[in-house]
Design a protein around this ligand. Structure first.
Ligand code: NAD
Length: 300
């Protein structure tokens, strides 16, 4: 962590799967926390570990050097930043807001401009690495905003992640994250297809995965999600509904910019299929169930 910056207080808003772990890593780095979530039990859990339980996002930001948001989707971040009792109207004392959620790049640019007009630094800094990366403080963090704002945010990022990169102006962090997500989605789909073909051909799927992991088809997704796909374990991990949210953002951006992304469009529809069949709260690996239905086979 940079020695030049004294880290004092963070207002942390959004204590779900990712946020609760990231907040704890800030505390481990000696930073005082003021936490808020609409779920009171999430606030109580962090308060038991030493955080101050705030009553609202504005209360979390009060007296803080920085406010960090880790919320599900664009409307949630807009409500917390732009709402009547939001961070724009009640900024942290240090006038720095960092949004680490995955949301629309255009929304980040709008909030950045509104904050800049009030002399508040605003950084979009989505993450990759999942709940395990959040717990182990090994997240990959991709940040968009001014160089000056990024440098102010860097010591906080270093308490939560290991690969931290300033990728460009406001919104650029989200664009890089969406590129990450489209590769992840298409990769999961490719793994599903390989497993579906292997299964129909009577190949042992554990052996199939083991061999593929040793060759040029190996991937993070095959490593981390392959076993759960093969075992029919749909629980835990990055949720199907969050992945669909990200792929929708990819579609929106590609349509706005007239960039045809046919593979992304196909896998987005498969995630729609998964949600339509009630899989929204299951882990990403449950995309394999779409292939169960298409092929008439089942892992269980
Ligand atoms: P989550 O749904 O588990 O947590 C979000 C939290 O925000 C919840 O506790 C919810 O109660 C809270 N919340 C919602 N609206 C609020 C509001 N107005 N004020 C205060 N709190 C509010 O989601 P998550 O898995 O932690 O993901 C958070 C973000 O990070 C998402 O944008 C997601 O796409 C992204 N992300 C998730 C993962 C992952 O593996 N889960 C990985 C990388 C990025």
């Amino acid at each position: 962590m940079s020695q030049s910056t004294a880290l004092r207080t963070v207002g942390f808003i959004g204590l779900g799967t990712m946020g609760r772990e990231m907040a704890q890593n800030l505390m481990k780095a000696g930073i005082a926390l003021r936490v808020f979530d609409v779920r009171r039990e999430a606030v109580t859990e962090l308060a038991a570990l030493g955080a101050h339980a705030a009553r609202s996002a504005a209360d979390a930001a009060q007296g803080a050097d920085v406010a960090i948001t880790m919320l599900p989707n664009t409307p949630d971040v807009e409500a917390v930043v732009l709402g009547d009792v939001g961070l724009l109207a009640h900024p942290p004392t240090g006038r720095l807001i960092i949004d680490m959620s995955t949301i629309a790049p255009a929304a980040e640019r709008r909030m950045h401009a509104l904050c800049a007009a009030q002399h508040i630094d605003f950084v979009d800094a989505p993450v990759s690495g999942g709940p395990l990366g959040a717990k182990n403080a090994t997240l990959t963090i991709m940040a968009g905003g001014t160089v000056q704002a990024f440098e102010r945010a860097l010591p906080f990022f270093e308490a939560m992640g290991t690969t931290v990169t300033h990728v460009g102006a406001s919104g650029a962090g989200q664009t890089v994250k969406l590129c990450n997500q489209l590769i992840c989605g298409i990769n999961i789909q490719a793994i599903c297809e390989a497993l579906a073909l292997g299964r129909a051909s009577g190949v042992d799927l554990k052996h199939l995965r083991e061999v593929l992991m040793g060759g040029s088809a190996a991937s993070w997704m095959m490593d981390k999600l392959g076993p759960a796909m093969i075992d029919g374990d749909a629980s835990a991990g990055f949720r199907i509904d969050l992945m669909l949210k990200d792929l929708r953002l990819v579609q929106e951006q590609s349509h706005t910019l007239n960039v045809p992304l046919p593979a992304s469009a196909l896998v987005t529809n498969q995630y729609l299929d998964a949600v339509a069949h009630g899989e929204g709260r299951n882990g990403n690996q449950a995309l394999f169930r779409v292939y169960d239905r298409m092929t008439g086979h089942s892992v269980s």
